[in-house]
Write a new protein. Sequence first.
Length: 255
Amino acid sequence: MIVIELLGHLKVEAQETLKSIVTKFGIFNLMLITCIFVVGLFACSSTSTLTPTPTPNITPQMDTKTSVPSESTVIKDGFVSVSLSDTSTARYLIRERLARLELPNDAIGETEQVTGRIIFDAQGSIQDSSQFTINVKSLVSDESRRDRYVRNNTLKTGIYPEVYFKIQSIEDLSWPLPSTGSHQFRFIGDITIMDVTRSITWDADVIFSEQSLTGVARTTVLFEDFSITKPSLSFILSVADEIRLELEFSAAISR
């Protein structure tokens, strides 16, 4: 009973307190205080639950591709380039005696895998990058057994697949380059066969036009000059000491 009376007394006091607040501030002030309290409570709740969205760290992408002109395509002003076409052919001719033939004949092997160019400066001097390259691994004759021997033993193409001719000078060729007519001159330079390099001279017969030329160049070397092993097969009775080399070419002229 005492507890009940005490609760009733507190309830009466609470009612009297509320009446006193309403009387002092007015009903509208009470509503304003209530709204401020609710908004403040909501704001505190929102602040505690919202997580700031992280700002993405964007790194600018740099274009690393740089256009670098190829050395093989850049010709300086005043220079002239003579570039071999893909129809050029390199060949060897070796006099041999076959068991099935009464008379000697020429063994001929050739390839169209020939590349290179000659570059002249404005005064007609040969530039260092002037060179012809021949893929001797692709040499083919009329006899497959000979071809295998040449690849595996004579030229050792598994180790030395290419022959190089670096052009040092040209004799008896007028400058500027002719635009018409047939002309005879000589290529002089260093040829590398396997691991041996020697200076040789090619005799050339060439027909010129304004933007192209065609011709053939010839030279002769010895097996022993390059420590080359002669073909030794059952159907070959003898092989001459000389190797005749020919380069039948066409080329574009960039003036």
